[in-house]
Ligand binder design. Structure first.
Ligand code: NAP
Ligand code: MG
Length: 402
């Protein structure tokens, strides 16, 4: 079989620990035999980030702006223990945070649905994609302990020195206070990324906040979405038969639970933090969640939602066999290859991405799976495979389907 041609390179961001091992296996077994792979490779493994003073992370994000599509392996976000473990020069920032700041994107997470791994919510038939605004609110809040009676106010001082104030509370005793902010530019980017991704994936978009209580702050989010929708996206949505609607966050929860799935749910930062874990858990497994960062300019970075699976890596280093689930990382590759194929008009590459996903699903549905899935499956006859054998089973299926 002739290998499938590519015209533009993918930005390939390698990573750490167990997922770095899976990354190599996926390349060797599932990509290279079939695709004449073109990538621009960036090693985001922690050692190389340290060696380059984290320049490699910024460079990989800039390359994503140049080429448009990236695929990323999970990476360690250093903490004090990692600084010690890897003898780091500094506690480097989260690579995902750095990349997101450069691409100004929104993260969309969606579960991979297979028969035998059933959602806890019986009505859910299709994936629910969760879009989380990743800037501001309580994550950039200022907080104070209030020791006793006194007055708290919000004060805005303009550059010309004029100011406006708003009382927060007249304290009669001790308490607490919090101030938070967001930016029109960030909310607008968030809204555009959501509308763009809804059109791309042909799904309805829901957005929810609490504008009945937060009449300025949350209401402003609602207004920004509404304005951008009407100005820029409404026509395209209507001609694609898609809907956008806003509802209150508590109403959204009720509708989500009663829904069939198959839509994008856009959430403010905190709601998104909580709801993405809820949706991931309710769909069955973190190892089956995909994640894509979409910028308002239309740059895409695909990855798995889980981390580097450190515990399994230490077992692997001890020479023990591990049964780590590579499916979300495989779907990061297929997502990136499909997007590359769409942008470059390469139907063979798009088809390959589809078949790679089908092959992965088929292997699981045939009862061959990694241990994490074996523990939760409703299938009766199950064979637990190690990561390598599972990937080889997918390769055999892929060869048969191609
Ligand atoms: P994790 O890597 O997501 O793993 C947590 C646990 O979830 C694992 O120990 C394992 O459970 C299970 N798990 C996750 N993915 C799995 C898979 N593919 N197959 C089977 N089981 C899976 O989170 P962590 O251990 O808290 O974090 C490890 C490192 O990842 C940290 O250094 C963190 O900074 C980094 N991280 C990176 C990203 C990213 O790059 N996007 C995201 C999150 C975390 P059992 O141990 O029970 O088998
Ligand atoms: Mg969280």
């Amino acid at each position: 079989m002739e290998k499938i041609k590519m015209t533009t390179p993918l930005v390939e961001m390698d990573g750490d620990e167990m997922t770095r091992i899976l990354w190599q296996m996926i390349r060797e077994e599932l990509i290279l035999p079939f695709v004449d792979l073109k990538t621009e490779y960036y090693d985001l493994g922690l050692e190389n980030r340290d060696r380059t003073n984290d320049q490699v992370t910024a460079d990989s994000a800039e390359a994503t702006k140049k080429y448009g599509v990236a695929v990323k392996c999970a990476t360690i976000t250093p903490n004090a223990a990692r600084v010690e473990e890897y003898k780091l020069k500094e506690m480097w920032k989260s690579p995902n945070g750095t990349i997101r700041a450069i691409l100004d994107g929104t993260v969309f997470r969606a579960p991979i649905i297979v028969k035998g791994i059933e959602p806890y919510v019986k009505t859910w038939k299709k994936p629910i994609t969760l879009a989380r605004h990743a800037y501001g609110d309580v994550y950039k809040g200022a907080e104070m302990m209030i020791p006793g009676p006194g007055k708290v106010e919000l004060v805005y001082t303009a550059e010309d020195g004029s100011s406006v104030s708003e009382p927060v509370h007249q304290f009669k005793g001790a308490g607490i206070v919090q101030g938070m902010h967001n930016l029109d530019s960030s909310i607008e980017s968030f809204a555009r990324s959501c509308f763009q991704y809804a059109l791309d994936t042909r799904q309805d978009l829901w957005f929810a906040a609490k504008d009945t209580i937060s009449k300025k702050y949350d209401h402003h989010f609602k207004d920004v979405f509404e304005e951008i929708y009407e100005k820029q996206y409404q026509k395209e949505f209507e001609s694609a038969g898609l809907t956008y609607f806003y509802t209150l966050i508590d109403d959204a929860i009720a509708r989500v639970i009663k829904s069939e799935g198959g839509f994008i749910w856009a959430c403010k930062n905190y709601d998104g933090d909580v709801m993405s874990d809820l949706v991931a858990t309710a769909f069955g497994s973190l190892a089956m969640m995909t994640s894509v960062l979409v910028s308002p300019q239309g740059y895409y970075e695909y990855e798995a939602a889980h981390g580097t699976v450190q515990r399994h890596y230490y077992q692997h280093l001890k020479g023990m066999e591990t049964s780590t689930n590579p499916v979300a990382t495989i779907f990061a590759w297929s997502g990136a290859l499909r997007k590359r194929g769409e942008l470059d008009r390469l139907p063979a590459l798009v088809h390959f991405a589809e078949v790679l996903e089908q092959a992965s699903v088929k292997v699981i549905e045939s009862g061959r799976m990694t241990k994490d899935l074996a523990l939760i499956t409703t299938l009766a006859d199950v064979t637990v495979l190690n990561s390598g054998d599972f990937i080889k089973a997918i390769r055999a299926e892929l060869e048969a389907l191609l």
